[in-house]
Design a protein around this ligand. Structure first.
Ligand SMILES: Cc1cc2nc3c(=O)[nH]c(=O)nc-3n(C[C@H](O)[C@H](O)[C@H](O)COP(=O)(O)OP(=O)(O)OC[C@H]3O[C@@H](n4cnc5c(N)ncnc54)[C@H](O)[C@@H]3O)c2cc1C
Length: 505
């Protein structure tokens, strides 16, 4: 559905009858939540507020570059956990050559999500209605007669319940924050970030994760001829997926209702509980990888096999051990877990071999104005950061442009988002464990200052990362959306009238 022709919302109050569920954010998380509420025929009025012109895109799928591929094979990207082939079947109607193991363009996936919602909206429903509103929500405030949502244009929406699906859109992580040359430093996700780069001059990327890979691919697609330096503390690039033959990809879906898992389930082989310290956990994982290798299996089967257990494992660790794991091991886990499509990995490898792309492990010390409107990025290479001697002087990359590819900040209290700041200030929300994301209960209700789960505020998707760790990809988000559609209608009806969904129907 296009929001191009929607008016921004007038300063009017949406009625409270039937109960209104407002969803803030129309990326994958918000859209899947709406689609599931429609599917479940929840007796609610859904109002979805999104500031982008199209639903279902969000940060990940709002790309026009066909070379930006999904980092999960099609078999793992169905919108619906109980119908694993849903995306693959749809994709075949657009690209007959697509199969369960294809790594398809992310642009196509945005179209698919939009189609899923359109399908649900098109179904005749007795009780569920859907309205999309284009705008940015700047405040969400629970009041005695509902929750008030303030929009940037001065409009107001009233709802009984609000689902926050803000995703990855909060401010990007920023480091260092010193005075920097304005136009020469850009954020990868900002509109036009890769336009008008001086031809032939080097660019420096801060970050070497999937966002940096996107930027490298985009620059290569655009015929950018300059050198690309990419810097991060550990200099770790995401690992590559192995090509997935269709038959194996079908196995990967795990059948109806199952999250994506590897053909060999780790838990099948493990007896006994998981260790409760970060160190022991890492050692166990290494031992599992060694065992897999000895049995002729790839390390990826171990990583993927752990996936269904990651959230429970994270929740079971004492907080200091979670902190240790997060500080020392998370980045290593992420590069093995969130992998590049094989085609993308080959492309990046070729660029590295040709010398056009250089990956550097080191700490960015400063970014200061350079020659001809450029920026000098000073860094301390990782190999010189430790050891007994202070090491030689910093390396300086004289870049025409520095592009931040550090992804979203995980620490929302410092993201500078007025909506979140208001929730924190009033105690309606608090940061999740380790200060990551928002604190939520097991169903996704926000937990506020007093430690009590909210009756009216919920979160879905990456906002739950403190509690769940693994909550940023579609295989997790679709489960959350389906679960929300099961519990939320009862909860909103009970809060409103003491009745339950069954009674209301
Ligand atoms: C570059 C990239 C590639 C990825 N590739 C994959 C992949 O291949 N497979 C996979 O499973 N996962 C992938 N992911 C993970 C991704 O997090 C999820 O797939 C999913 O897109 C998350 O959706 P979301 O709706 O939670 O967040 P987002 O995509 O960030 O969407 C949030 C939406 O909320 C809107 N919004 C935010 N604040 C407000 C506000 N105050 N008012 C109104 N609207 C607001 C934003 O405009 C945005 O549209 C990728 C992520 C990134 C960043």
């Amino acid at each position: 559905m296009s929001l191009e022709n929607f008016p921004t919302f007038p300063a009017a109050r949406i009625g409270l009858e039937p109960p209104t569920v407002a969803i803030v954010g129309g990326g994958a998380s918000g859209l899947l939540t709406a689609a599931q509420l429609l599917r479940h025929r929840a007796p609610v009025r859904i109002v979805l507020v999104e500031e982008r012109p199209r639903l279902g895109r969000g940060v990940a799928y709002d790309t026009t570059c066909d070379a930006h591929l999904l980092n999960v094979p099609a078999a793992g990207m169905s919108a619906y956990p109980d119908d694993p082939g849903h995306f693959t079947h749809w994709a075949r109607t657009r690209r007959p050559e697509a199969h369960a193991g294809s790594f398809l363009p992310r642009r196509l996936y945005g179209e698919y999500l939009e189609w899923c919602l359109d399908q649900e909206i098109g179904e005749p429903r007795r009780r569920t209605t859907f309205t999309a509103v284009r705008g940015r929500v700047t405040g969400v405030a629970p009041a005695p007669d509902g929750v008030r949502l303030d929009l940037a244009d001065g409009g107001t929406v009233w709802a009984d319940t609000v689902v926050l699906a803000l995703g990855n859109s909060a401010a990007p992580a920023r480091e260092p924050a010193a005075a920097e040359p304005g136009g020469a430093v850009r954020d990868a996700w900002q509109a036009g970030a890769l336009e008008n780069l001086p031809p032939g001059r080097p660019v420096a990327l801060v970050g070497t994760g999937l966002t940096a890979v996107d930027v490298i691919v985009s620059l290569d697609e655009a015929g950018f001829g300059g050198k690309i330096h990419a810097v991060s503390r550990r200099g770790l690039l995401p690992r590559a997926h192995q090509p997935v033959p269709p038959a194996v990809a079908l196995l990967l879906t795990g059948g109806p209702g199952q999250p994506t898992s590897a053909p060999t389930s780790l838990s099948d082989e493990r007896d006994g509980a998981w260790p409760r310290t970060a160190r022991a956990l890492v050692a166990t994982l290494r031992a599992e990888v060694d065992r897999a290798a000895a049995a002729g299996r790839d390390w990826r089967t171990v990583v993927d096999g752990l996936r269904p257990h990651t959230q429970a494992l994270w929740a079971s660790l004492p907080e200091p051990e979670r902190a240790r794991l997060h500080r020392h091991a998370l980045r290593y886990w992420e590069v093995h877990r969130h992998r590049m499509a094989p085609e993308i990995a080959e492309r990046v490898d070729a660029l590295r071999r040709s010398g056009r792309v250089e990956i550097i492990a080191g700490r960015v010390v400063s970014i200061t104005p350079g020659l001809d409107g450029g920026a000098d990025l000073a860094l301390r290479p990782r190999r010189r950061m430790t050891g007994s001697s202070p090491g030689p002087a910093d390396v300086v990359i004289e870049a025409a442009t520095v592009i931040r590819c550090t992804g979203p900040t995980e620490r929302l209290a410092s993201a500078g988002d007025p909506l979140l700041d208001g929730l924190f200030r009033r105690g309606d929300a608090r940061p999740g464990p380790l200060g990551l994301g928002l604190d939520v209960d097991r169903d996704g209700r926000l937990v506020g200052e007093g430690g009590r789960p909210s009756d009216t505020l919920w979160a879905v998707g990456p906002l739950r990362r403190g509690a769940l760790l693994e909550t940023t990809s579609v295989p997790e988000i679709r489960e959350q959306a389906a679960a929300l559609a099961r519990v939320l209608p009862d909860s909103v009806l009970a809060a409103q009238s003491g009745s339950t969904l069954e009674e209301a129907l």
